[in-house]
Design a protein around this ligand. Structure first.
Ligand code: COS
Length: 378
């Protein structure tokens, strides 16, 4: 892919930062499940936390391609860092889009103290793939809305100054209808971020359930049109799927790099194992799948940057890249043999991190559903 000067510069900046600052801590933060506050702050200073948000809204004004390049580079050494940036970005974009649609609310984007992120709360215990199954309610009370309910698997929530939350505003409406989107400041009484989840992978990324008990938000915090929340969130997920595709791509590239170096240096039967066709073919398949993922991911970025429909392409990119990440990290462990199964090398961490990519931002099955509906014109 041909990058312009700006994109090459941003990619190099992200690569240097990832190698110098993230690679040395990636193992420890995974082991202890520690959110990397210091490097997240530094990423904010470098402009990574609002990359594709226009400068007028406090962002860096870069294109989606640059943003995906950054997420890919971070994920090459640490999936949790890639995911932390990925979870922040489309949320800001969603907000910008919603503001354009008429909402006048200002998001407290600069945050307070260590809580400086903006998070996104859609999923509930009964509303996973069926995002329209939202049970959280918002009831109008004069100039306010009163929210009650709970959310699950919410990324970055302990470090968020505010979240965008979906809630049912029309109890009579069925399915995806009657759902609205609200900005909720995390210090609003009745709003609680519960205990961080103990996860298989992405262990340094912050994931927690939320509880809302009589949370009062001003009417101005309703985003866009009442009842259109489901569609806003679907559009946000279209963009979010590019992010997860970039995370998966980075993880696959990181695992490939480790496997390639190992295969060249590890000797068995008197020669480097790279010289055995069994290994050569594995590497060939890994490289080919990664290249296909890269083309899909950057084609989705190109369409989005050009203002064209991209939801089908981001679903294809997300599906292919996440399944490629599982394939490549699995093959990388196989090439490293016993070493690959230990924490001495990063491939086992990448394998665990990659699994999230087949689930978050819509499972592989949901991506197939979106792609199938597009292909069949349904
Ligand atoms: N962009 C804009 N609008 C969209 C849209 C999109 N990508 N996808 C659907 N819509 C609209 C439809 O056009 C429809 O509008 P009308 O009511 O005006 O006809 C409405 O939203 C309902 O769409 P649909 O009937 O397709 O909804 P379904 O309940 O069948 O759900 C899926 C569609 C399954 C695709 C959706 O629920 C989904 O993506 N689920 C996965 C959720 C997910 O990814 N969760 C993970 C979150 S991690 S933060």
């Amino acid at each position: 892919m041909q990058l312009n000067e700006n994109q090459s510069m941003i990619r190099q900046m992200a690569r240097d930062f990832a190698n110098a600052k993230i690679a040395p801590i990636a193992h420890d933060i995974d082991k202890h499940g520690t959110f990397p506050e210091a490097t997240v702050r530094e990423m904010g200073e470098l402009g990574f936390m609002g990359l594709s948000v226009p400068e007028a809204y406090g962002g860096s004004g870069a294109d989606i391609t640059s943003y995906a390049l950054v997420v890919e580079e971070l994920s090459r050494v640490c999936g949790s860092h890639g995911l932390t940036v990925a979870a922040q970005q489309p949320r800001l974009l969603a907000h910008r889009r919603l503001r354009h649609r008429g909402a006048e609310t200002e998001v407290p984007a600069r945050g307070r103290g260590r809580k400086s992120l903006l998070s996104f709360g859609l999923t509930e215990a009964g509303a996973g793939s069926d995002a329209g199954g939202t049970r959280t309610t918002a009831v109008r009370d004069g100039d306010h809305w009163v929210l009650n309910g709970s959310k699950m698997w919410i990324t970055n929530s302990h470090y968020a100054a505010a979240l965008i939350i979906t809630a049912k505003t029309d109890p009579k409406a069925t399915g995806s209808r009657g759902i609205s989107a609200f900005i909720v400041d995390t210090d609003t009484p009745g709003f609680t971020v519960e205990k961080k989840e103990d996860k298989l992978g992405m262990r340094a990324s912050d994931t927690a359930p939320l509880t809302l008990v009589d949370v009062r938000v001003p009417h101005a915090n309703l985003l866009g049109q009442e009842g259109d929340g489901f569609k806003y969130f679907m559009k946000t997920l279209d963009g979010g799927r590019i992010s997860i595709a970039a995370v998966a791509l980075g993880l696959a590239e990181g695992a490939l790099a480790t496997a390639r170096a190992y295969a060249r240096q590890r000797e068995q039967f008197g020669k480097a194992i790279a010289e055995f066709q069994a290994i050569e073919f594995m590497i060939a398949d890994m490289v080919t799948q990664i290249q296909a993922s890269r083309l899909l991911t950057y084609e989705a970025c190109r369409l989005k940057d050009a203002g064209e429909d991209f939801g089908h392409m981001s679903a294809m990119a997300k599906l292919h890249s996440s399944e490629t990440a599982m394939f490549v990290t699995d093959r990388a462990i196989q090439i490293l043999g016993g070493y690959g199964y230990t924490t001495e090398y990063p491939v086992e961490r990448m394998y665990r991190d990659a699994k999230l990519c087949t689930i978050g931002e819509g499972t592989s099955e949901i991506q197939r559903l979106v792609i199938g509906r597009y292909a069949l014109g349904l």
